[in-house]
Design a protein around this ligand. Sequence first.
Ligand SMILES: NC(=O)C1=CN([C@@H]2O[C@H](COP(=O)(O)OP(=O)(O)OC[C@H]3O[C@@H](n4cnc5c(N)ncnc54)[C@H](OP(=O)(O)O)[C@@H]3O)[C@@H](O)[C@H]2O)C=CC1
Ligand SMILES: CC(=O)N[C@@H](CCC(=O)OP(=O)(O)O)C(=O)O
Length: 341
Amino acid sequence: MNAAIVGASGYGGETLVKLLSAHPKVTLKAVTSRSKAGEPVSSVIPAMRGVLDDMLFENSDPAELAAREDIDVAFLALPHGAAAEYARHLVDAGKKVIDLSADFRISDPAIYEEFYGASHPDVDLLAKAEYVMPELSDDAWEQKELFACPGCYPTSILVPLLPLVKAGLVSKEHIVVNSYSGTSGAGKQSKEAFSYCEVNESSKAYGLPKHRHLSEIEEQLSKAAEDKVIIQFNPHLAPMNRGIATTITVPSAGATLEELYAEWEKCYSDKPFVCILPSSTRPDTKYVVGTNRVDMSAVKDDRTGNFVITSAEDNLVKGASGQAIQILNLWQGWDETTGLI
Ligand SMILES: NC(=O)C1=CN([C@@H]2O[C@H](COP(=O)(O)OP(=O)(O)OC[C@H]3O[C@@H](n4cnc5c(N)ncnc54)[C@H](OP(=O)(O)O)[C@@H]3O)[C@@H](O)[C@H]2O)C=CC1
Ligand SMILES: CC(=O)N[C@@H](CCC(=O)OP(=O)(O)O)C(=O)O
């Protein structure tokens, strides 16, 4: 299968370059960036020295890329708002598109506008898109032309929480989620607030009280519960390059910890990228960075009646590029783990 990576000079894109260059069933045909066009991939991404020395970055516009006969699938690692135009040309040309941005994650354009501060860039194309959380989506998604990858924070929250909400084991309100993200979550082109001196040896909350990912998290949970689910979501910047640590505090709906673990086992025992840890062990970003895993565990506080659930993932792999490749693998009928650890 021949692939293009659009926006390959950013953090998500370069992670895709590294993973796809080692994928046994994918051949990279194009990697794009407007600012790096003409430069060898191995000089922009030095980790690729000796691997992609002959390949150059291109500055293909959406129409040029769509016209390329040597491309079957395109990964879009572009800012939201910019991805939709590429997606439109590629889908119209019959290419499959796997979009890492938020442009096709929210089904209601009015909610997109409320949370993203701009009208949806292509409402018609939204109807052809499918939000795919590989562990939780049902089978029909493979028929669609455009796959929306879940956001990084939502992945760390939905994998542990969604099955519990769906099974009625936890409350649908008074759910508090605290997440800590590495700085790479803000992208390579992020501004002064993310410079070394600002983020090193420091941690702070941001995006309160209505971070844009809330729209996606509440939509998916409410769909699973067939009822409105409300979340208090508190994202934080943590002084690390990559990784997300999430803590979910949720009242149990009379359920025991054994019932929670039984539900997780039922959903995930055959899922290679979900690692259910014993209640006595806390997930740690250190042990998931570079992998496509979500590690998770839970305790119950009998004083408050709350479950306290923690998870860890790599925002650039399971939260972005690895999940995108997992979607490609499943769509193609390949082993889900191909090219991933
Ligand atoms: N970083 C993360 O942890 C995660 C990121 N994502 C999503 O993935 C996407 C990429 O994120 P990330 O890699 O962090 O971002 P970066 O800022 O690191 O990279 C953005 C890339 O897009 C290109 N680009 C920027 N603006 C445009 C434009 N208007 N038209 C065409 N190309 C453009 C840039 O190259 P150039 O300017 O040279 O063209 C660059 O290659 C975003 O939608 C993000 O939300 C998803 C999950 C996690
Ligand atoms: C630390 C940081 O700034 N994180 C980003 C989210 C990461 C990201 O790129 O979001 P998507 O998953 O939607 O693509 C933010 O809060 O907007």
